[in-house]
Each structure stands twice: as structure tokens, then as C-alpha cells.
Design a protein around this ligand. Structure first.
Ligand code: NAD
Length: 299
């Protein structure tokens, strides 16, 4: 039986994901409100729909890859009534945990099934089909979507019930945001103390300071030749996306009464960085902001 998939939101991430599903032999009906995105997807094997409602009308599965929770909720208000009863909706966008819960509620109230399934791996992972999915929802629905996620990614983790995928995504990125700032502060302190980048790297990479921000995405040029620091901080993982995810983590911390002081502070630092020098840079470029700041004492 041929499965018909709807894919709504054909931007940087959605376009290559929809193209990979089409290349795997599925019938993919795509929609994006930006005509150029729709045209580009059509050249990659996606059948363009005239509207989101048309895209979902005879779909077995509905994927969405949209900027934020408000887009997902507004879209669901438009399309849920147009889908066949019991259709499985899979939202791959990174959105607020509370919005993910609201989306689940809307979908089930309309007689649909839903999974939140945010991703990590970025545009490179979307193009290569090597994303990681963090999924929240019912086990049967996760099993149902698994063959399609296997086309799009290398790993799927079922994190729990509704919104657990979004929770896992923002918790992981809060670790990453904080640890990148920690690694950057350590390198800048090392510079002022006369330590070479390579010496600090050689020690920390094999000591208790070891982490992904150091050994894969090292914020200074040299020790890890593939890190964005060696390519003028071209992303990689863009600073505005890190700022967004830390903002979502800060919202969730506030909503649950968790103090998360470092998470809140990291969210503020990345919000400021992403608006100015970091607007088009990898998130590791924050090391340059840290280097420029001076906090009293002799220069
Ligand atoms: P993007 O802005 O490139 O794409 C979003 C697309 O959604 C746009 O083309 C926009 O026109 C479309 N859209 C918005 N509202 C719509 C509507 N009502 N109907 C139809 N189309 C609509 O964003 P992106 O980089 O593809 O990111 C998408 C999501 O993935 C975000 O939530 C982001 O946080 C998350 N994400 C992005 C990356 C990354 O590296 N880009 C990595 C992981 C997760």
C-alpha cells in the first residue's frame, strides 16, 4: 500500500526532510506559505499542494517543521478538521513544552493522534538523513512512524508521553549552551594566564573538563580542525537557534519553579550575542564576546 505523507514547512530543515521521504519512494504532498520554498521542494520530488488543508486531506501521516509553537498551534486550528479521523500528526519543530502539550490536546480533541518529535543534527543532518529524533507520545504511534523516521535519521529515542520529546531537546541544549560558555571562559582565562590553546585542550580533553563543546565544537581555532572556530565561526549550530532553545528552557524552568541559574544566565548571554555579533555565527563564537568583556582588575 502506498502511504501518502503531508509535509508542511519546507524551510531549511523541512525541505531536505521532505525530499528524503520522497526519494525513499513515498508520496509526499508539501506545503509552505512561501512560494519559492514550495517550488524548490517540487524540484526535489515533493508534490506541491495549494494549501495546508489540501495537503492533509488524504494524508496518512502529517509532518510539520515550523519556526515556533504559535505557528504549529495556528496551523493545527486550520488543518485538524480537514484530515481523516485518526490521522497521525508528527511535529518535528522545536517549540515550547507548554505549546507541545496544547498541540497534543488540540489533536486528540479533534480525533487525531500526535507525536512531538523535535530533532538534533541541523541542516547537514536533515540533508544526509542522519537526524536524531526525540519523541513524546504513545508507544503505538512511535512504532507507526518509526519506518519514516528511519529514512530521516539515524536514531530515535522515545522519551515518554506528550511533550517529552520537546523536554528532552531543551534540557540537552541547556547543557550544551552552559557548557559552551564554560569552555569559552576557560580558554579566555587560559589565554590571560599565558596558557596555549593546545595545552589546555590536551589536558581538559582527557580530564574531567571533557565535553562535546570542547572536543567536537571547540570554540578556539586549532585543537579540533573541523570545529567552526577554524572557519570564521560559520555555523554549525547558529547562535540564534541556541538563543531560541535556551529561551524555551528558561520558560520551562520558570513554569516548573526550577531555579536553573546557569540556564537562565546562558539564555541572557546568548540572546544578547545572537542579536548582534552572533546573528549569523556559530554558537561557539560567543568566545569572542567573552574575550572582549573585562571585569575590573588590571588589563
Ligand atoms: P525555517 O524558517 O527555514 O523554515 C520554516 C518554514 O515554515 C518556512 O519556510 C516558513 O515559510 C514555513 N511556515 C511558517 N508558517 C507556516 C504555515 N502556517 N504554513 C506553511 N508553512 C509555514 O526554519 P528551519 O531552520 O527549517 O527550522 C524549523 C524548525 O526546526 C524550528 O523549530 C527550529 O528551531 C528547528 N531546528 C532547526 C535546526 C537548524 O539547524 N535549522 C536544527 C534543529 C531544529
Amino acid at each position: 500500500m502506498t502511504v501518502t505523507l503531508a509535509f508542511i514547512g519546507l524551510g531549511n530543515m523541512g525541505a531536505p526532510m521532505a525530499a528524503n521521504l520522497a526519494a525513499a519512494g513515498h508520496r509526499v504532498r508539501g506545503y509552505d506559505k512561501v512560494a519559492t520554498c514550495l517550488d524548490a521542494a517540487a524540484t526535489a520530488g515533493v508534490t506541491p499542494a495549494a494549501s495546508a488543508t489540501e495537503a492533509v486531506a488524504d494524508a496518512d501521516l502529517v509532518f510539520t517543521m515550523l519556526p515556533a509553537g504559535r505557528h504549529v498551534l495556528a496551523l493545527y486550528d486550520d488543518i485538524l478538521a480537514a484530515a481523516r479521523p485518526g490521522t497521525l500528526f508528527v511535529d518535528c519543530s522545536t517549540i515550547d513544552v507548554a505549546d507541545a502539550r496544547a498541540a497534543h490536546d488540540k489533536a486528540t480533541a479533534a480525533g487525531m493522534r500526535m507525536l512531538d518529535a523535535p530533532v538534533s543534527g541541523g541542516v547537514v543532518g536533515a540533508e544526509a538523513g542522519t537526524l536524531t529524533f526525540m519523541v513524546g507520545g504513545e508507544p503505538d504511534d512511535v512504532a507507526h512512524v518509526a519506518p519514516f523516521l528511519d529514512v530521516l535519521g539515524r536514531k530515535t529515542v522515545h522519551c515518554g508521553g506528550p511533550s517529552a520529546g520537546q523536554a528532552a531537546k531543551i534540557c540537552n541544549n541547556m547543557i550544551l549552551g552552559i557548557s559552551m560558555i564554560a569552555v569559552s571562559e576557560a580558554f579566555v582565562l587560559g589565554e590571560r594566564l599565558g596558557l596555549s590553546h593546545q595545552a589546555l585542550y590536551d589536558v581538559a580533553a582527557t580530564s574531567s573538563g571533557q565535553c562535546w563543546a570542547l572536543t567536537t565544537n571547540c570554540p578556539v581555532p586549532g585543537p579540533v580542525p573541523t570545529s567552526p572556530a577554524n572557519h570564521d565561526y560559520r555555523p554549525g549550530f547558529a547562535a540564534p537557534l541556541m538563543a531560541k532553545d535556551l529561551g524555551l528552557a528558561a520558560n520551562a524552568a520558570k513554569a516548573t519553579g526550577v531555579r536553573a541559574e546557569l540556564g537562565q544566565h546562558a539564555a541572557q548571554l546568548y540572546a544578547a550575542y545572537a542579536q548582534e555579533a552572533g546573528v549569523e555565527a556559530d554558537f561557539s563564537g560567543i568566545v569572542r564576546d567573552i574575550r572582549e568583556q573585562r571585569d575590573g582588575g588590571p588589563a
